[in-house]
Write a protein that binds this ligand. Structure first.
Ligand SMILES: Cc1ncc(COP(=O)(O)O)c(C=O)c1O
Length: 445
């Protein structure tokens, strides 16, 4: 790691971190954060940064939003923990009731509260097995669903995430995810967009040559692939997947851990396609950084008996208080966005940033694609037609040195996932820093 531009206090923390913490974390550059406010961060040496990463698409309302902080403080003074598995309390009921109201299906919902995205996926997989009494699952190449042993069986984003951990949970078959820019079936972009083959492939190849569709409990899919590289599927993909599920009695589980909670301008990304899933996994943005996740399922599916699934910390009262404040801001907004719902701000600033990135692309041919929805945006890098991870990583490094926090996603994509209440002014300032970093990285080559 290049420590050349790292201040003395940051160096000290990194030295101690290296001695005390697991080396499995993937730090791309040496940012040592001290505090944050809105879409800005400050490191321990006093340097300021614009945050285009939001703690991996988590701090939906920005860092330390006063309303979220107050909700946390008030709840912490009242009750920090009691254990929703064994006792009742109003906070987790309120969160579940709200998630029922916003669930992207018409049926009533029931909710299981978790501490993370992986745990929401684990709950979905267990419930799908329980309720269908089927053993098989379909997942997608490039998908990321978490790192616990169950979720890891579905994750197929980077080999390093799976290496050394075999055997995984049995019964998961991976199939190609439609990437119009790099179709695994070798189709051209226009063909993929108009006539995507990925769902037909499941029927033609998997169900006819490997096992019948009637053995499959569920298909787990991200409506927009996140860690896989911010990939938006072609228009008919999710609709076709729904039809396939209906034909064989398969449950459709949507992983909205990264794309959900307003990030794409709607509560859930799948709403852009008008498709109703059977279960939805959420986490990340739901509580502005407090650890909370949820499995939202159609009510009739969540019929397992007491003891079948539970946890100690899920639905912690303080995390629930943060979630309620977060969801209110996403829906109603406040002075930070001039009274605009944060979800609407995400849609509008997302459009502004997309236009700016497309314009920037015309000056920088190393950006081969700009894609995404709302504030879930990605720019892919290619040099001589080939994916360019080294250039992408260098842009992130130089961006950091210039005061911009960026996170890569997938083989060669940079993600743009700021807080949903970011102002146009800060978005613009961040994009200028991005272009300056890109220019410098290109000139080094
Ligand atoms: C789509 C998706 N699902 C699941 C997860 C796992 O979430 P967590 O890291 O909270 O376990 C992630 C994390 O990046 C994700 O992006």
């Amino acid at each position: 790691m290049n420590m050349g531009k790292v201040g003395p206090k940051a160096q000290e923390v990194i030295r101690r971190d290296e001695a005390a913490l697991s080396p499995s974390y993937t730090r791309g550059y040496p940012l040592v954060v001290d505090h944050g406010l809105g879409s800005e961060l400050w490191d321990v040496d006093g340097n300021r940064y614009i945050d285009f990463a939001a703690g991996i698409a988590v701090t939906a309302t920005g860092h330390c939003h006063p309303k979220v902080v107050k909700a946390i403080q008030d709840q912490a003074a009242k009750l920090i923990h009691i254990g929703g598995t064994d006792f009742y309390y109003d906070m987790q009921v309120r969160v579940a009731e709200k998630l029922d109201l916003i669930a992207p299906f018409k049926d009533d919902a029931r909710v299981f509260l978790t501490n993370s995205g992986a745990e929401s996926v684990e709950a979905a997989v267990k419930l799908a097995r329980w309720t269908t009494e089927r053993l098989r699952f379909i997942a997608f190449h490039g998908g990321f669903h978490g790192r616990t042993m169950g979720a890891l069986a579905f994750t197929a984003s980077k080999a390093v995430q799976r290496a050394g951990f075999f055997p995984y949970m049995p019964g998961v078959t991976h199939v190609p995810y439609p990437n119009p820019k790099a179709c695994m079936h070798g189709r051209r972009e226009a063909d993929c967009l108009d006539n995507c083959y990925c769902v037909q492939y499941i029927e033609d190849v998997i169900f006819s040559r490997m096992f019948p569709g009637e053995e499959v409990a569920a298909i787990l899919v991200e409506p927009i692939q996140g860690e896989g590289g911010y990939i938006v599927p072609p228009p008919d993909f999710l609709k076709d997947l729904r039809a396939l599920c209906d034909k064989y009695g398969i449950l459709l589980i949507i992983d909205e851990v990264q794309s959900g909670m307003g990030r794409t301008g709607k509560w859930f990304a799948i709403e852009h396609w008008g498709v109703e899933p059977d279960m939805v996994c959420v986490a990340k943005g739901i509580a502005s950084g407090m650890p909370l996740g949820a499995l939202i399922a159609r009510k009739q599916l969540m019929d397992w008996p007491p003891g079948a699934h539970a946890n100690t910390f899920g639905g912690n009262p303080v995390a629930c208080a943060a979630a309620l404040a977060t969801m209110e801001l996403l829906e109603e907004g406040d002075a930070v966005t001039g009274g605009k719902p944060y979800m609407q701000n995400a849609a509008e600033i997302g459009e502004f940033m997309t236009d700016a990135l497309v314009e920037l692309q015309s000056r920088h041919p190393s950006i081969s694609d700009v894609r995404g929805m709302g504030l879930m945006l990605g720019a892919e890098f290619r040099v001589d037609g080939k994916l360019a991870p080294a250039l992408r990583n260098r842009v992130a490094e130089i961006g950091f040195e210039k005061g911009l926090v960026l996170l890569p996603a997938g083989p060669a994509t940079m993600r743009f996932a700021p807080p949903l209440n970011i102002s146009q002014k800060l978005a613009e300032e961040g994009l200028h820093l991005f272009e300056a970093a890109l220019t410098e990285a290109e000139n080094e080559r």
